[in-house]
Design a protein around this ligand. Sequence first.
Ligand SMILES: N[C@@H](CCC(=O)N[C@@H](CS)C(=O)NCC(=O)O)C(=O)O
Length: 214
Amino acid sequence: MHTLYWSPGACSIAPHIVLEEIGEPYAASRIAIDAVGTAETLVEPGYLKINPKGRVPAMTLEGGGLLTEAPAIMVYLARAHPECCLLPPDPVGEARVYEWMNWLATAVHAVAFAQVVRPQRFVHEPKDFPQVKAKGRHNVAAAFAFIEQQLRGNEWATAGQYTLADIYLLFFYLGAKSAGNPMAMAFPAWTAVAERTLRRSSVQRVIEYECAAA
Ligand SMILES: N[C@@H](CCC(=O)N[C@@H](CS)C(=O)NCC(=O)O)C(=O)O
């Protein structure tokens, strides 16, 4: 079976939810990563032998091989289980899902979020970290305003259908909420989509499991 390497509070929650959605048996292996954001090293350096990128998620495949990058893992699982309808059937709808995921993985996760929690990836000198973090907070605020505007009046992120984009968006929503952002007040449209996503039993199972295992 596939084994998902995950960490509490990490973006690995998104492929974890997809695994629950498709209902195939899988194993989940918890990896400890540095939560403080001051070191580049993993708490579990042995994990580098599994995923040399040193990040979660990663997933070893039942048939052998390793998949990394949250969007790639999610797309693989959704494509392997088309009956779950986690990708729209039409090319434009499918491209809209990739449009969301690509932007979330790059502009929001790898840039804005990382500037706030991993400033050492952007500048060498610790004295410059506060400036990088401040710019990151600015970038996060701009990205969140864009998400809110895109979701206004929509039931789901794309094409009137629950997709991988909604699942991936939930990671950013939960991260922002646990950082103390007043999501319901500041982002009502995003909150409505997130609450719809949170009502799914697959999502609830993953959150319960990850909270209990954290
Ligand atoms: N581009 C990767 C990013 C993965 C990533 O950065 N994951 C974070 C958790 S959300 C991580 O492993 N952080 C460990 C670290 O920063 O050292 C993806 O989309 O999967």
